[in-house]
Design a protein around this ligand. Structure first.
Ligand code: GAP
Length: 488
């Protein structure tokens, strides 16, 4: 990261803490690495992003229904899904500091340093060499690369490395009260499997016909060894996933559909197209016949925010094999080529999978702005404003009586009472109005309404628009409708 982008990212992290968006977990005990808590405005924003996703997936698509599966699942689930055998990363330990690194992160960090020194070609060469060795699982070659590049541990400063080994990323725990009787179970590393194992329950009870989708949001857990970049890579995080079940042979058509549909969802929040790009996977996971990432330009570069995966019939087929329970669907639509029903088959699946926390970070990165304002008298001022899209902003309307007297608070509270059931409002009487505006800018409130003496005379109020900082006089009775229109 260059100094500028690094500074901007650090400023976002500090702002998130100072204004009640994100706190380090158990901070009074010095925090827990890669685990975070969401504060008053953070939890509102997170909920709004989740709701926006949920509504657009389930309410706006009449062939998608939701579920809420448990975090704990039968341990065989993870054997069938391939996570027990395949969900691991190559790691290397420094013998002096005992610190463990993910091999790709260690080499990427070296490439970043080279880029900062202006040696971009060398950095690209290093990444290309690493990708080649990772693709062939050549761990001896990777260790050699680390040694040749003289990559050292950040803690000990030495290059005294162990051999590279694979570590599973799932957290294991025990089910049962007595250790000897206990069964090892895992904290789910993805929500998707809760959908797969419920495929027939949902299909039958909601009487779904293929093509149809099942959506779910919920916590997932991964023992990320190198957890960096704030809430970008966490050990406990939340996913918003949808599995779309289709007739075999139609998967590419639906893959392309969801690729476009999901990017449009991002753009519907008013985030510019040029901040996004697709990244097609060259090396496919064992279950996929096509996959891509939707990447966003974070302050530290373009990175994955969402994955679109064509997962074939791998998961259902594998659950059928392990559970010995048929995972088939009977399709009574007529096949034009044979003139007969398509009949029984295991559906193919297109998955859309987005990290809620990562989407949250995307919104913070998009919204955070430090602005210099030229005032009417020619002097300048500055403000930090979070230009959070109005429909997901933590607070939609701040209601600010100009004075704490003359009946102004009473009018303001009446407005609050008439709006609070429809959207989140914030009421404040304290401090000068300019100071109150700044505080609302910092948490991203799109509208502030000021009740003053003129309100008593003609029933109008001043409404201030966060981004343009323009103010207009409108009837008090029009405030609720104006906000509702902006957030619909
Ligand atoms: N079911 C497919 C699946 O889990 P993934 O690419 O491993 O695919 C999907 O994860 C999304 O979950 C990612 O695009 C990312 O947004 C989010 N995600 C994955 N690991 C994460 C982590 N450690 N911290 C935060 N978000 C993560």
């Amino acid at each position: 990261m260059s100094n500028n982008t690094d500074n901007r990212f650090q400023a976002i992290i500090s702002h998130a803490k100072e204004y009640g968006f994100v706190f380090p977990s158990s901070e009074i005990y010095d925090g827990l690495s890669a685990v975070y808590d969401y504060g008053p405005y953070g939890s509102e924003l997170k909920k709004n992003i989740r709701d926006y996703w949920w509504k657009s997936m389930t309410q706006m698509h009449d062939n998608i229904v939701g579920i809420d599966a448990a975090i704990f699942m039968h341990p065989t689930t993870w054997k069938a899904s391939g996570h027990v055998d395949n969900f691991s990363d190559p790691m290397i330990d420094n013998k002096d500091s005992k610190k463990r690194y993910r091999v790709d992160h260690l080499i990427e960090a070296k490439a970043d340093v080279l880029k900062e020194k202006g040696e971009g070609d060398k950095a690209d060469g290093l990444i290309a060499a690493m990708e080649k060795l990772l693709a062939t699982e050549d761990y001896t070659g990777l260790k050699q690369l680390i040694e040749d590049e003289k990559i050292v541990c950040q803690v000990s400063g030495t290059a005294n490395w162990t051999d590279i080994r694979q570590f599973n990323l799932m957290f294991a725990t025990q089910l049962g009260s007595v250790a000897e009787d206990a069964d090892t179970i895992y904290l789910r590393p993805e929500t998707a499997q809760g959908i797969f194992v419920n495929f027939l329950n949902v299909q039958k009870t909601a009487r779904m016909k293929i093509p149809f989708g099942i959506a779910q949001t919920g916590k997932a857990f991964r023992n990320e060894i190198v957890a960096r970049q704030f809430i970008f890579r966490m050990r406990e995080f939340e996913q918003m996933e949808m599995q779309f079940f289709v007739r075999p042979g139609t998967q590419m058509q639906w893959y392309n559909f969801w690729k476009e549909e999901r990017l449009n969802w991002h753009l519907s929040l008013g985030i510019p197209t040029e901040k996004y790009r697709y990244h097609d996977h060259v090396k496919l996971a064992h279950y996929a016949d096509a996959a891509l990432d939707i990447e966003y330009e974070f302050p530290f570069g373009f990175k994955e925010v969402e994955g679109i995966h064509s997962r074939t019939d791998f998961d259902l087929k594998s659950h059928q094999e392990y559970s010995k329970k048929k995972q088939q669907y009977f399709d009574n639509d007529i096949d034009d080529t044979t003139g007969k029903p398509f009949g029984n088959y295991i559906p193919y699946v297109i998955e859309t999978s987005i990290g809620l926390d990562r989407m949250f970070l995307l919104i913070l990165s998009h919204a955070y702005e430090e602005e210099t304002i030229t005032k009417e008298d020619g002097t300048s001022d500055s403000r930090v404003v979070m230009k959070i899209p109005a429909k997901i902003a933590p607070v939609k309307l701040a209601i600010l009586p100009l004075l704490k007297k003359d009946g102004l608070p009473e009018i303001a509270r009446e407005l609050l009472d008439s709006c609070k059931a429809s959207f989140k409002c914030f009421y404040e009487e304290k401090d000068a109005i300019g100071k109150r505006y700044r505080r609302q800018d910092a948490i991203g409130t799109p509208f502030c309404v000021t009740i003053d003496h003129q309100t008593k005379e003609d029933g109008t109020v001043t409404i201030r628009h966060r981004d343009a900082m323009t103010q207009e006089r409108i009837p008090l009775t029009a405030v609720k409708q104006l906000v509702l229109q902006a957030i619909d």
